[in-house]
Design a protein around this ligand. Structure first.
Ligand code: HEM
Length: 513
Protein backbone atom coordinates (compact mmCIF):
# COMPACT_ATOMS: atom_id res chain seq x y z
CA UNK A 1 0.00 0.00 0.00
CA UNK A 2 2.78 2.39 1.03
CA UNK A 3 4.55 1.72 -2.28
CA UNK A 4 1.41 2.74 -4.23
CA UNK A 5 1.04 5.96 -2.24
CA UNK A 6 4.70 6.79 -2.82
CA UNK A 7 4.39 6.05 -6.51
CA UNK A 8 1.28 8.26 -6.80
CA UNK A 9 3.10 11.03 -4.99
CA UNK A 10 6.03 10.68 -7.37
CA UNK A 11 3.80 10.92 -10.47
CA UNK A 12 1.95 14.03 -9.21
CA UNK A 13 5.14 15.71 -8.19
CA UNK A 14 6.72 14.92 -11.57
CA UNK A 15 3.74 16.32 -13.54
CA UNK A 16 3.85 19.54 -11.52
CA UNK A 17 7.56 19.77 -12.08
CA UNK A 18 7.14 19.29 -15.85
CA UNK A 19 4.67 22.10 -16.38
CA UNK A 20 6.55 24.53 -14.21
CA UNK A 21 9.78 23.96 -16.13
CA UNK A 22 8.96 23.86 -19.83
CA UNK A 23 11.50 26.55 -20.86
CA UNK A 24 14.22 24.92 -18.78
CA UNK A 25 13.42 21.56 -20.31
CA UNK A 26 13.70 22.93 -23.86
CA UNK A 27 17.10 24.45 -23.11
CA UNK A 28 18.37 21.29 -21.45
CA UNK A 29 17.16 19.06 -24.26
CA UNK A 30 19.52 20.85 -26.65
CA UNK A 31 22.39 19.24 -24.73
CA UNK A 32 23.38 15.74 -25.90
CA UNK A 33 22.59 12.83 -23.63
CA UNK A 34 21.24 9.27 -23.50
CA UNK A 35 17.64 8.55 -24.61
CA UNK A 36 15.10 8.91 -21.81
CA UNK A 37 11.93 7.06 -20.79
CA UNK A 38 8.76 8.96 -19.90
CA UNK A 39 8.51 10.00 -16.24
CA UNK A 40 11.54 8.06 -15.00
CA UNK A 41 14.00 9.66 -17.44
CA UNK A 42 17.33 7.81 -17.09
CA UNK A 43 16.73 6.45 -13.59
CA UNK A 44 17.05 2.84 -14.78
CA UNK A 45 20.63 3.48 -15.90
CA UNK A 46 21.52 4.23 -12.31
CA UNK A 47 19.79 1.22 -10.86
CA UNK A 48 23.14 -0.57 -10.62
CA UNK A 49 25.48 -1.62 -7.83
CA UNK A 50 27.59 1.08 -6.21
CA UNK A 51 30.66 -0.49 -7.94
CA UNK A 52 29.08 -0.06 -11.38
CA UNK A 53 27.81 3.45 -10.79
CA UNK A 54 31.32 4.77 -11.33
CA UNK A 55 31.50 3.16 -14.80
CA UNK A 56 28.01 4.32 -15.80
CA UNK A 57 28.98 7.94 -15.13
CA UNK A 58 32.34 7.64 -16.85
CA UNK A 59 30.78 6.02 -19.93
CA UNK A 60 28.30 8.87 -20.21
CA UNK A 61 31.05 11.46 -19.93
CA UNK A 62 33.12 9.74 -22.58
CA UNK A 63 30.24 9.17 -24.99
CA UNK A 64 28.92 12.73 -24.91
CA UNK A 65 32.15 14.67 -24.26
CA UNK A 66 32.48 17.57 -23.44
CA UNK A 67 28.98 18.05 -22.00
CA UNK A 68 26.07 15.75 -21.31
CA UNK A 69 22.72 15.68 -19.58
CA UNK A 70 20.66 12.96 -17.98
CA UNK A 71 17.36 12.89 -16.13
CA UNK A 72 16.75 11.48 -12.65
CA UNK A 73 12.97 11.33 -13.11
CA UNK A 74 12.12 14.92 -13.96
CA UNK A 75 15.29 16.26 -12.40
CA UNK A 76 17.88 17.16 -15.03
CA UNK A 77 21.60 16.83 -14.31
CA UNK A 78 24.28 18.38 -16.49
CA UNK A 79 27.84 17.13 -16.49
CA UNK A 80 30.58 19.37 -17.95
CA UNK A 81 34.19 18.42 -18.71
CA UNK A 82 35.68 21.09 -20.87
CA UNK A 83 38.08 23.36 -18.93
CA UNK A 84 36.61 26.42 -20.73
CA UNK A 85 33.16 25.58 -19.36
CA UNK A 86 34.60 24.76 -15.93
CA UNK A 87 36.30 28.12 -15.86
CA UNK A 88 33.01 29.89 -16.57
CA UNK A 89 31.22 27.91 -13.85
CA UNK A 90 33.79 27.73 -11.08
CA UNK A 91 35.25 31.19 -11.28
CA UNK A 92 31.86 32.85 -11.06
CA UNK A 93 30.92 34.48 -7.77
CA UNK A 94 27.23 34.10 -8.71
CA UNK A 95 27.17 30.32 -8.92
CA UNK A 96 28.53 29.34 -5.55
CA UNK A 97 25.54 27.34 -4.29
CA UNK A 98 26.24 23.63 -3.97
CA UNK A 99 24.20 20.96 -5.77
CA UNK A 100 21.28 19.21 -4.10
CA UNK A 101 23.32 16.11 -3.20
CA UNK A 102 25.16 18.20 -0.58
CA UNK A 103 21.88 18.58 1.29
CA UNK A 104 22.21 14.92 2.25
CA UNK A 105 25.23 16.00 4.30
CA UNK A 106 23.13 18.48 6.28
CA UNK A 107 22.01 16.06 9.02
CA UNK A 108 25.67 15.75 10.08
CA UNK A 109 27.23 19.12 9.25
CA UNK A 110 24.17 21.37 8.87
CA UNK A 111 25.48 24.29 6.84
CA UNK A 112 29.17 24.57 7.66
CA UNK A 113 31.70 26.04 5.24
CA UNK A 114 31.47 23.14 2.76
CA UNK A 115 27.69 23.04 2.51
CA UNK A 116 26.57 26.63 3.21
CA UNK A 117 25.77 29.27 0.63
CA UNK A 118 25.26 33.01 0.17
CA UNK A 119 26.11 35.42 2.99
CA UNK A 120 26.59 32.68 5.57
CA UNK A 121 29.29 31.06 3.44
CA UNK A 122 31.06 34.41 2.82
CA UNK A 123 31.02 35.23 6.51
CA UNK A 124 32.38 31.83 7.58
CA UNK A 125 35.06 31.85 4.89
CA UNK A 126 36.18 35.24 6.19
CA UNK A 127 36.40 33.98 9.78
CA UNK A 128 38.26 30.79 8.81
CA UNK A 129 40.69 31.97 6.13
CA UNK A 130 43.32 33.23 8.64
CA UNK A 131 43.59 29.67 10.02
CA UNK A 132 45.48 28.79 6.82
CA UNK A 133 47.77 31.79 6.72
CA UNK A 134 51.40 30.94 5.87
CA UNK A 135 52.68 31.69 9.37
CA UNK A 136 50.04 29.47 10.90
CA UNK A 137 50.84 26.62 8.53
CA UNK A 138 54.46 27.04 9.55
CA UNK A 139 53.48 26.22 13.13
CA UNK A 140 51.34 23.30 12.03
CA UNK A 141 54.48 21.72 10.51
CA UNK A 142 55.61 20.99 14.08
CA UNK A 143 52.56 18.75 14.48
CA UNK A 144 52.79 17.14 11.02
CA UNK A 145 56.49 16.44 11.62
CA UNK A 146 55.78 14.87 15.04
CA UNK A 147 52.89 12.81 13.73
CA UNK A 148 54.94 11.63 10.74
CA UNK A 149 57.71 10.50 13.06
CA UNK A 150 55.17 8.69 15.23
CA UNK A 151 53.91 6.94 12.09
CA UNK A 152 57.47 5.84 11.23
CA UNK A 153 58.15 4.64 14.78
CA UNK A 154 54.97 2.58 14.66
CA UNK A 155 56.02 1.00 11.33
CA UNK A 156 59.46 0.27 12.75
CA UNK A 157 57.95 -1.82 15.52
CA UNK A 158 57.08 -4.33 12.76
CA UNK A 159 59.52 -6.71 11.05
CA UNK A 160 62.04 -5.36 8.51
CA UNK A 161 59.46 -6.02 5.84
CA UNK A 162 55.74 -5.54 6.43
CA UNK A 163 52.60 -5.30 4.31
CA UNK A 164 50.03 -2.69 5.29
CA UNK A 165 46.44 -1.84 4.57
CA UNK A 166 47.00 1.68 3.31
CA UNK A 167 43.68 3.28 4.01
CA UNK A 168 43.57 2.62 7.73
CA UNK A 169 47.27 3.48 8.02
CA UNK A 170 46.97 6.83 6.23
CA UNK A 171 43.62 7.91 7.63
CA UNK A 172 44.95 7.39 11.17
CA UNK A 173 47.69 9.89 10.42
CA UNK A 174 45.39 12.46 8.78
CA UNK A 175 42.67 12.15 11.41
CA UNK A 176 45.19 12.66 14.24
CA UNK A 177 46.76 15.56 12.38
CA UNK A 178 43.56 17.47 11.59
CA UNK A 179 42.32 16.94 15.13
CA UNK A 180 45.50 18.23 16.70
CA UNK A 181 46.08 21.16 14.31
CA UNK A 182 42.56 22.39 13.71
CA UNK A 183 40.88 21.36 16.97
CA UNK A 184 43.89 21.61 19.26
CA UNK A 185 43.11 18.19 20.73
CA UNK A 186 45.21 15.06 20.15
CA UNK A 187 42.69 12.45 19.08
CA UNK A 188 44.36 9.47 20.70
CA UNK A 189 44.26 11.41 23.95
CA UNK A 190 40.51 12.01 23.71
CA UNK A 191 39.31 8.44 23.62
CA UNK A 192 40.49 5.63 21.32
CA UNK A 193 37.01 4.10 21.12
CA UNK A 194 35.39 7.40 20.09
CA UNK A 195 38.10 7.86 17.44
CA UNK A 196 37.43 4.38 16.02
CA UNK A 197 33.67 4.88 15.99
CA UNK A 198 34.14 8.26 14.38
CA UNK A 199 36.17 6.81 11.49
CA UNK A 200 33.53 4.14 10.83
CA UNK A 201 30.79 6.76 10.98
CA UNK A 202 32.56 8.86 8.30
CA UNK A 203 32.42 5.88 5.94
CA UNK A 204 28.76 5.38 6.74
CA UNK A 205 27.99 9.04 5.94
CA UNK A 206 29.55 8.59 2.47
CA UNK A 207 27.42 5.53 1.74
CA UNK A 208 24.21 7.20 2.88
CA UNK A 209 24.87 10.37 0.86
CA UNK A 210 25.51 8.47 -2.38
CA UNK A 211 22.52 6.18 -1.79
CA UNK A 212 20.27 9.21 -1.48
CA UNK A 213 21.89 11.28 -4.23
CA UNK A 214 20.94 8.72 -6.88
CA UNK A 215 17.46 8.32 -5.39
CA UNK A 216 16.39 11.99 -5.15
CA UNK A 217 12.75 10.91 -4.94
CA UNK A 218 13.34 9.64 -1.39
CA UNK A 219 12.37 12.57 0.82
CA UNK A 220 13.44 13.02 4.47
CA UNK A 221 9.91 12.32 5.71
CA UNK A 222 9.94 8.94 3.95
CA UNK A 223 12.81 7.70 6.11
CA UNK A 224 11.43 5.58 8.92
CA UNK A 225 13.19 3.58 11.64
CA UNK A 226 12.43 0.32 9.84
CA UNK A 227 14.74 1.25 6.99
CA UNK A 228 18.36 0.19 7.42
CA UNK A 229 19.56 3.48 5.92
CA UNK A 230 17.59 5.49 8.50
CA UNK A 231 19.00 3.40 11.37
CA UNK A 232 22.55 3.88 10.11
CA UNK A 233 21.97 7.61 9.74
CA UNK A 234 20.72 7.86 13.32
CA UNK A 235 23.68 5.93 14.71
CA UNK A 236 26.28 7.96 12.85
CA UNK A 237 24.55 11.22 13.77
CA UNK A 238 24.92 10.36 17.44
CA UNK A 239 28.60 9.56 17.01
CA UNK A 240 29.24 12.87 15.21
CA UNK A 241 27.30 14.84 17.82
CA UNK A 242 29.17 13.21 20.72
CA UNK A 243 32.48 13.81 19.01
CA UNK A 244 31.87 17.54 18.34
CA UNK A 245 30.62 18.05 21.91
CA UNK A 246 33.66 16.34 23.33
CA UNK A 247 36.14 18.33 21.21
CA UNK A 248 34.40 21.61 22.06
CA UNK A 249 34.22 20.92 25.80
CA UNK A 250 37.89 19.87 25.89
CA UNK A 251 39.04 22.96 24.04
CA UNK A 252 36.93 25.36 26.09
CA UNK A 253 38.32 23.80 29.27
CA UNK A 254 41.84 24.16 27.92
CA UNK A 255 41.23 27.81 27.10
CA UNK A 256 39.92 28.51 30.58
CA UNK A 257 42.97 26.87 32.06
CA UNK A 258 45.47 28.82 29.99
CA UNK A 259 43.24 31.91 30.01
CA UNK A 260 45.36 33.89 27.59
CA UNK A 261 43.25 36.25 25.48
CA UNK A 262 43.74 36.17 21.74
CA UNK A 263 44.62 39.38 19.99
CA UNK A 264 42.10 41.28 17.90
CA UNK A 265 41.38 39.37 14.70
CA UNK A 266 39.68 42.26 13.02
CA UNK A 267 42.79 43.96 11.74
CA UNK A 268 43.82 43.73 8.11
CA UNK A 269 46.05 40.82 7.11
CA UNK A 270 48.89 43.16 6.11
CA UNK A 271 49.38 44.77 9.47
CA UNK A 272 48.33 41.81 11.54
CA UNK A 273 50.62 39.13 12.85
CA UNK A 274 48.54 35.96 12.70
CA UNK A 275 51.34 34.01 14.24
CA UNK A 276 50.93 35.98 17.45
CA UNK A 277 47.16 35.72 17.25
CA UNK A 278 47.22 31.96 17.18
CA UNK A 279 50.24 30.94 19.05
CA UNK A 280 51.25 33.84 21.25
CA UNK A 281 53.49 32.52 23.96
CA UNK A 282 51.80 29.20 24.12
CA UNK A 283 53.00 27.74 20.84
CA UNK A 284 49.93 25.64 20.12
CA UNK A 285 46.63 27.24 19.28
CA UNK A 286 44.15 25.86 16.84
CA UNK A 287 41.59 26.85 14.24
CA UNK A 288 38.98 26.11 16.86
CA UNK A 289 40.37 28.93 18.99
CA UNK A 290 39.72 31.32 16.15
CA UNK A 291 36.09 30.23 16.19
CA UNK A 292 35.87 30.53 19.98
CA UNK A 293 37.26 34.04 19.69
CA UNK A 294 34.68 34.86 17.00
CA UNK A 295 32.00 33.51 19.37
CA UNK A 296 33.09 35.98 22.02
CA UNK A 297 32.53 38.77 19.55
CA UNK A 298 29.07 37.44 18.66
CA UNK A 299 30.04 36.36 15.13
CA UNK A 300 29.19 32.68 15.61
CA UNK A 301 27.48 30.55 18.28
CA UNK A 302 28.12 27.07 19.72
CA UNK A 303 25.99 25.41 17.04
CA UNK A 304 27.91 27.21 14.31
CA UNK A 305 31.19 26.07 15.84
CA UNK A 306 29.98 22.47 15.90
CA UNK A 307 29.05 22.74 12.21
CA UNK A 308 32.64 23.70 11.46
CA UNK A 309 34.13 21.02 13.71
CA UNK A 310 32.21 18.38 11.74
CA UNK A 311 33.03 20.00 8.40
CA UNK A 312 36.76 20.31 8.97
CA UNK A 313 37.12 16.89 10.54
CA UNK A 314 35.46 15.35 7.48
CA UNK A 315 36.87 17.55 4.71
CA UNK A 316 40.31 17.58 6.28
CA UNK A 317 40.97 13.93 6.97
CA UNK A 318 39.36 11.55 4.51
CA UNK A 319 40.49 13.48 1.43
CA UNK A 320 44.13 13.72 2.46
CA UNK A 321 44.18 10.15 3.75
CA UNK A 322 42.94 8.85 0.42
CA UNK A 323 45.38 11.07 -1.49
CA UNK A 324 48.26 9.52 0.49
CA UNK A 325 47.04 6.02 -0.37
CA UNK A 326 47.36 6.76 -4.09
CA UNK A 327 50.78 8.47 -3.80
CA UNK A 328 52.16 5.47 -1.91
CA UNK A 329 50.74 3.02 -4.44
CA UNK A 330 51.98 4.99 -7.45
CA UNK A 331 55.50 5.41 -6.06
CA UNK A 332 55.60 1.72 -5.13
CA UNK A 333 54.70 0.85 -8.73
CA UNK A 334 57.14 3.32 -10.27
CA UNK A 335 60.46 2.53 -8.60
CA UNK A 336 62.43 4.88 -10.86
CA UNK A 337 60.39 7.88 -9.67
CA UNK A 338 60.44 6.57 -6.11
CA UNK A 339 64.26 6.47 -6.13
CA UNK A 340 64.43 9.99 -7.55
CA UNK A 341 62.08 11.31 -4.87
CA UNK A 342 64.09 9.48 -2.17
CA UNK A 343 67.39 10.94 -3.28
CA UNK A 344 65.92 14.46 -2.95
CA UNK A 345 64.48 13.57 0.47
CA UNK A 346 67.83 12.18 1.73
CA UNK A 347 69.68 15.39 0.79
CA UNK A 348 67.09 17.55 2.52
CA UNK A 349 66.59 15.44 5.66
CA UNK A 350 70.33 15.02 6.18
CA UNK A 351 70.61 18.79 6.06
CA UNK A 352 67.77 19.30 8.56
CA UNK A 353 68.75 16.41 10.87
CA UNK A 354 65.54 14.59 10.08
CA UNK A 355 63.12 17.45 10.82
CA UNK A 356 60.54 18.61 8.30
CA UNK A 357 59.54 22.22 8.82
CA UNK A 358 58.37 24.80 6.32
CA UNK A 359 61.83 25.24 4.76
CA UNK A 360 62.10 21.54 3.97
CA UNK A 361 58.49 21.40 2.76
CA UNK A 362 59.33 24.25 0.36
CA UNK A 363 62.44 22.52 -0.98
CA UNK A 364 60.88 19.12 -1.71
CA UNK A 365 60.21 19.99 -5.35
CA UNK A 366 60.37 16.55 -6.89
CA UNK A 367 58.20 15.01 -4.19
CA UNK A 368 55.68 17.78 -4.78
CA UNK A 369 55.56 16.87 -8.48
CA UNK A 370 54.92 13.22 -7.58
CA UNK A 371 52.06 14.25 -5.25
CA UNK A 372 50.53 16.58 -7.84
CA UNK A 373 50.69 13.89 -10.52
CA UNK A 374 49.06 11.44 -8.16
CA UNK A 375 46.26 13.95 -7.43
CA UNK A 376 45.79 14.23 -11.18
CA UNK A 377 45.40 10.49 -11.71
CA UNK A 378 43.41 9.88 -8.53
CA UNK A 379 41.74 13.09 -7.33
CA UNK A 380 40.28 12.20 -3.90
CA UNK A 381 37.22 14.38 -4.63
CA UNK A 382 36.20 12.93 -7.97
CA UNK A 383 33.15 15.09 -8.60
CA UNK A 384 31.45 18.26 -7.44
CA UNK A 385 28.28 20.08 -8.31
CA UNK A 386 26.56 23.43 -8.23
CA UNK A 387 22.95 24.54 -8.39
CA UNK A 388 22.54 27.55 -10.69
CA UNK A 389 20.86 30.63 -9.24
CA UNK A 390 20.44 32.19 -12.68
CA UNK A 391 20.92 31.12 -16.29
CA UNK A 392 24.52 30.32 -17.14
CA UNK A 393 25.94 30.80 -20.64
CA UNK A 394 28.57 28.15 -21.25
CA UNK A 395 30.67 27.95 -24.43
CA UNK A 396 27.93 26.30 -26.53
CA UNK A 397 24.82 26.01 -24.37
CA UNK A 398 22.68 28.03 -21.98
CA UNK A 399 21.95 26.19 -18.75
CA UNK A 400 18.75 27.43 -17.12
CA UNK A 401 18.52 28.69 -13.54
CA UNK A 402 17.69 26.00 -10.99
CA UNK A 403 19.64 23.28 -12.82
CA UNK A 404 22.20 21.05 -11.18
CA UNK A 405 25.51 21.13 -12.94
CA UNK A 406 28.26 18.68 -12.08
CA UNK A 407 31.84 18.16 -13.00
CA UNK A 408 33.67 14.86 -12.89
CA UNK A 409 37.18 15.93 -11.90
CA UNK A 410 38.49 12.41 -12.54
CA UNK A 411 37.61 12.64 -16.25
CA UNK A 412 38.82 16.24 -16.55
CA UNK A 413 42.23 15.06 -15.34
CA UNK A 414 42.36 12.26 -17.91
CA UNK A 415 41.22 14.26 -20.91
CA UNK A 416 43.71 13.36 -23.70
CA UNK A 417 43.15 16.78 -25.29
CA UNK A 418 44.94 18.33 -22.32
CA UNK A 419 46.96 15.41 -20.94
CA UNK A 420 48.90 13.35 -23.52
CA UNK A 421 49.04 9.67 -22.49
CA UNK A 422 46.66 10.49 -19.64
CA UNK A 423 46.92 7.10 -17.87
CA UNK A 424 50.70 7.36 -17.50
CA UNK A 425 52.25 8.44 -14.17
CA UNK A 426 54.71 11.18 -15.09
CA UNK A 427 55.61 13.66 -12.31
CA UNK A 428 57.50 15.84 -14.82
CA UNK A 429 54.16 17.03 -16.19
CA UNK A 430 54.40 19.45 -13.28
CA UNK A 431 57.79 20.92 -14.20
CA UNK A 432 57.36 24.72 -14.29
CA UNK A 433 58.05 24.89 -18.02
CA UNK A 434 55.41 22.24 -18.73
CA UNK A 435 52.78 23.90 -16.55
CA UNK A 436 53.16 27.12 -18.51
CA UNK A 437 50.51 27.38 -21.18
CA UNK A 438 48.37 24.56 -19.78
CA UNK A 439 44.71 25.40 -19.26
CA UNK A 440 44.40 26.27 -15.54
CA UNK A 441 41.04 24.51 -15.29
CA UNK A 442 42.36 21.25 -16.74
CA UNK A 443 43.80 20.45 -13.29
CA UNK A 444 41.43 21.04 -10.38
CA UNK A 445 41.99 18.48 -7.58
CA UNK A 446 41.13 21.22 -5.07
CA UNK A 447 38.41 22.75 -7.26
CA UNK A 448 39.05 26.38 -8.22
CA UNK A 449 37.57 29.85 -7.91
CA UNK A 450 35.93 31.33 -4.82
CA UNK A 451 34.81 27.93 -3.44
CA UNK A 452 38.13 26.22 -3.84
CA UNK A 453 39.54 24.07 -1.06
CA UNK A 454 40.45 26.24 1.90
CA UNK A 455 42.82 23.55 3.20
CA UNK A 456 44.81 22.83 0.04
CA UNK A 457 48.17 24.17 1.20
CA UNK A 458 47.69 22.44 4.52
CA UNK A 459 46.95 19.17 2.71
CA UNK A 460 50.07 19.39 0.52
CA UNK A 461 52.22 20.18 3.52
CA UNK A 462 50.79 17.28 5.51
CA UNK A 463 51.33 14.88 2.62
CA UNK A 464 54.87 16.04 1.91
CA UNK A 465 55.83 15.66 5.56
CA UNK A 466 54.64 12.06 5.81
CA UNK A 467 55.88 11.00 2.36
CA UNK A 468 59.36 12.42 3.00
CA UNK A 469 59.64 10.50 6.29
CA UNK A 470 58.36 7.31 4.62
CA UNK A 471 60.77 7.55 1.68
CA UNK A 472 63.69 8.24 3.99
CA UNK A 473 63.01 5.14 6.04
CA UNK A 474 61.33 2.62 3.74
CA UNK A 475 61.45 1.25 0.24
CA UNK A 476 57.94 0.75 -1.14
CA UNK A 477 56.95 -2.29 -3.20
CA UNK A 478 53.54 -2.87 -4.75
CA UNK A 479 51.20 -5.54 -3.43
CA UNK A 480 47.90 -4.16 -4.79
CA UNK A 481 48.17 -2.31 -8.11
CA UNK A 482 46.37 0.84 -9.21
CA UNK A 483 45.50 -0.82 -12.54
CA UNK A 484 43.53 -3.51 -10.65
CA UNK A 485 41.48 -1.31 -8.38
CA UNK A 486 37.81 -0.66 -8.95
CA UNK A 487 36.83 2.79 -7.79
CA UNK A 488 33.67 3.61 -5.91
CA UNK A 489 31.67 6.79 -6.11
CA UNK A 490 31.67 8.11 -2.56
CA UNK A 491 32.47 11.37 -0.79
CA UNK A 492 36.06 10.54 -1.67
CA UNK A 493 37.26 8.37 -4.56
CA UNK A 494 37.93 5.08 -2.85
CA UNK A 495 38.93 1.60 -3.98
CA UNK A 496 36.17 -0.99 -3.61
CA UNK A 497 38.52 -3.31 -1.69
CA UNK A 498 41.36 -2.68 0.78
CA UNK A 499 44.70 -1.97 -0.92
CA UNK A 500 48.14 -2.95 0.40
CA UNK A 501 51.78 -1.96 -0.06
CA UNK A 502 55.00 -3.58 1.22
CA UNK A 503 57.24 -1.37 3.36
CA UNK A 504 60.89 -2.53 3.44
CA UNK A 505 63.02 -0.91 6.07
CA UNK A 506 66.09 0.96 4.81
CA UNK A 507 69.10 0.60 7.03
CA UNK A 508 70.29 4.21 7.03
CA UNK A 509 71.61 4.44 10.58
CA UNK A 510 68.97 7.08 11.08
CA UNK A 511 69.09 8.26 14.63
CA UNK A 512 66.66 11.14 13.94
CA UNK A 513 63.46 9.16 14.37
C1 HEM B 1 44.24 16.11 -0.76
C2 HEM B 1 43.39 16.64 0.07
C3 HEM B 1 42.19 17.46 -0.31
C4 HEM B 1 41.50 17.51 -1.48
C5 HEM B 1 41.76 16.73 -2.75
C6 HEM B 1 40.43 18.47 -1.31
C7 HEM B 1 39.52 18.82 -2.30
C8 HEM B 1 38.53 19.75 -2.14
C9 HEM B 1 37.59 20.12 -3.16
C10 HEM B 1 37.55 19.54 -4.57
C11 HEM B 1 36.76 21.05 -2.63
C12 HEM B 1 35.56 21.71 -3.32
C13 HEM B 1 34.34 20.89 -3.00
C14 HEM B 1 33.10 21.39 -3.67
O1 HEM B 1 33.08 22.39 -4.35
O2 HEM B 1 32.11 20.73 -3.45
C15 HEM B 1 37.15 21.27 -1.27
C16 HEM B 1 36.53 22.15 -0.40
C17 HEM B 1 36.86 22.25 0.93
N1 HEM B 1 37.92 21.65 1.57
FE1 HEM B 1 39.28 20.43 0.75
N2 HEM B 1 40.49 18.96 -0.04
C18 HEM B 1 41.56 18.40 0.60
C19 HEM B 1 41.98 18.65 1.88
C20 HEM B 1 41.37 19.50 2.76
C21 HEM B 1 41.84 19.80 4.09
C22 HEM B 1 43.11 19.24 4.71
C23 HEM B 1 40.92 20.64 4.66
C24 HEM B 1 40.91 21.25 6.03
C25 HEM B 1 41.95 21.44 6.76
C26 HEM B 1 39.88 20.88 3.68
C27 HEM B 1 38.76 21.65 3.88
C28 HEM B 1 37.87 22.00 2.89
C29 HEM B 1 36.73 22.87 3.13
C30 HEM B 1 36.29 23.44 4.47
C31 HEM B 1 36.11 23.04 1.89
C32 HEM B 1 34.90 23.92 1.58
C33 HEM B 1 35.42 25.28 1.16
C34 HEM B 1 34.34 26.27 0.78
O3 HEM B 1 33.31 25.88 0.24
O4 HEM B 1 34.57 27.45 1.01
N3 HEM B 1 40.20 20.18 2.54
N4 HEM B 1 38.24 20.46 -0.99
Amino acid sequence: MLIYILFLFFILWSIRFYFRNKRAKDLINKIPGPPTLPIIGNLLMFNVSIENLWNVLRDLNKRYYPITKFWLGFIPMISVHHPDDLEILLSSMKHIDKGSSYKYLHPWFKTGLLTSSGEKWKHRRQILTPAFHFNILKKYTIITNDNSKMFIRMLKTQKDESVHNLLSLCSNYTLNTICETAMGVALDKIDAEIAKQYKNAVNEVGNIVIYRAIRPYIQDWMLNPLMQIARKQKQSLKIFRDFSNKVLIERKAHKQLTNAPLKDLNKSSKSHNYEDTFFGDRKKLAMLDLLLEAEKRGLIDDNGIKEEIGTFMLAGHDTTGMALVYVIMLLAENSEYQDKARSEVITILNRSKGEIRMEEIRDLHYLERCIKESLRLFPPVSALSRCLKEDLKLKDYVIPAGTEIGCHIFDVHRDPNFWPEPEKFDPDRFLPERIQGRHPFSYIPFSAGPRNCIGQRFALMEMKSLMAHILYNFKLEPVSRTSDIKLLLNLVTQPSKPVHTRFIRIDNNNEHI
